[in-house]
Design a protein around this ligand. Structure first.
Ligand code: FRU
Length: 456
């Protein structure tokens, strides 16, 4: 990545290797982001939990490592809750704990453990870990725990090979299994990882539960992708009600994996952060002392479309507050920044290209088959993996005008279109900064420079 800086709006680790976001939780006005972290190398290794905090999900402060590997194993993915009623007993009258629930990974199998903190910086592992033994399933990990209001209990959804299991608890320490979901029906074949489960309201006010599952698939199926299911949950079991006959991805690009949502956000907004990467080349992408980038935080909603309910994404509103200079999109535009944002409306086919003086070009738009596409085949450095240079498509369900947003941040592109039903996260590594935007088609659009939020 020589010559290329760090993304300015996207979270990256101080050094070393980062994969999944973990333990997303909001407490007292602060968003906590933990993450799968190997601080001593730019490739995956003994996993720790890194930790950072933010008030706006954009400016992050790095904190000390929260969890280190120990005699029970590496610290794999998991979640964090704010135990406001001190159900766990880890807190006291004055201070309520943040409790992390994570997987201990070792050759004794994957087992679940907990740790807690009263200062929200230093974590203590529970002496009676693990709290859930391995049930004889090799891949049994990534517990997502949340408070289930209707029955005043904690619920857990956890990956178990090619399905998820559900558990419940009153104290975060002792857990009972209540059900399973999958793999019958319409699912992508792979290892199910990093599940999440949460309610959203339809525009008619009906509550639906969304189950998110990251699918670790073979290379020919795209490697790492995140599927979602819409259905009902009664605190014990999830029943899928749609989509009935199709697989729905949360993001149709190649670089959005292991995403999860924040616990404990008071106004019920569902904010989602993913790892903007794909396992099939994650440890090969150019690096300058660190590898791994998180996706820009997105707000999730449910929308009605001609083919049924769909999960939709939008960038968090804070992005709008970073807009600086505004320019009208034209046939050609000179660039003097490597972090910018585009908002546009088009009546159909169009292309936008980011170009540099080495003739490297990253292209996106709508093609003649009404598909949104991103083409990174000629976008820059790509010889590190045969799977990287590629073109990606997302079929539109609408045929009328298309409203889209595109956020480019040094080497990561995120496109949202058609009310957030099209989402594409695509990394590209130009060997020199893109210096020009070239457009074709009828685009009524604005280009924004963004405030420079310099990081490490
Ligand atoms: C997903 C994943 C998780 C696991 C973690 C290990 O990317 O494979 O299932 O807990 O990464 O780092």
């Amino acid at each position: 990545m020589k010559g290329l800086g760090r993304p300015k709006l996207h979270f990256t680790p101080p050094k070393g290797w980062m994969n999944d976001p973990n333990g997303l939780v909001y407490v007292d006005g602060i968003y906590h982001l933990f993450y799968q972290y190997h601080p001593f190398s730019t490739v995956w290794g003994p996993m720790h939990w890194g930790h950072a905090i933010s008030r706006d999900l954009i400016h992050w402060i790095h904190l000390p490592i929260a969890l280190e590997p120990d005699e029970l194993g590496f610290i794999f993915s998991g979640s964090a809750v704010y135990d406001k009623d001190n159900t766990s007993g880890f807190g006291d009258e004055k201070k309520r704990p943040i409790v992390t629930i994570f997987t201990h990974h070792s050759n004794l199998g994957e087992r679940q453990s907990v740790a807690w903190s009263l200062d929200y910086i230093n974590f203590t592992k529970y002496i009676y870990n693990p709290i859930i033994e391995n049930p004889g399933i090799r891949d049994f990990r990534d517990p997502k725990v949340f408070w289930y209001r209707e029955k005043s209990c904690w619920c857990m959804v956890i990956s178990a090979g090619d399905r998820v299991h559900f558990y419940r608890s009153n104290n975060l320490k002792s857990w009972d299994k209540t059900g399973e979901f999958g793999p019958e029906g319409n699912y992508a074949p792979g290892v199910w990882e990093c599940p999440d489960l949460f309610p959203l309201k339809t525009s008619r006010g009906e509550e639906k539960w969304i189950l998110i599952v990251s699918m670790g698939m073979s290379v020919d199926l795209g490697g790492s992708r995140t599927q979602y299911f819409i259905g009902n949950f009664d605190g014990e079991r999830f029943i899928c009600t749609e989509p009935a006959r199709r697989i729905e991805w949360i993001d149709q690009g190649p670089d959005c994996y292991a995403g999860n949502t924040f616990n404990n956000i008071p106004d019920d907004r569902r904010i989602f952060i993913a790892w903007n990467m794909n396992w099939i080349y994650a440890d090969k992408v150019p690096n300058n002392g660190y590898r791994g980038v998180m996706g820009f935080p997105r707000v999730l909603s449910l929308i009605e479309t001609p083919i049924g309910l769909k999960l939709a994404c939008d960038f968090i509103d804070a992005l709008n507050r970073l807009k600086k200079e505004e320019l009208v999109i034209q046939k050609s535009l000179e660039l003097n920044t490597d972090t910018f944002y585009i908002e546009g409306v088009t009546d159909g086919r169009f292309t936008i290209q980011f170009v540099n003086d080495k003739d490297e070009v990253l292209t996106f738009g709508i093609d003649e088959n009404n598909r949104f596409f991103v083409d990174r085949r000629e976008a820059g450095i790509s010889d590190f993996s045969e799977y990287f240079p590629n073109i990606y498509y997302a079929q539109r369900i609408f045929t009328d005008r298309c409203r889209f947003k595109a956020l480019w941040d040094v080497y990561t592109l995120e496109i949202l279109a058609d009310n957030g039903t099209i989402n594409m996260s695509v990394n590209a590594f130009p060997s020199k900064m893109y210096t020009r935007i070239v457009t074709e088609g009828n685009i009524d659009g604005k280009f924004y420079t963004l405030e420079n939020i310099q990081r490490l």
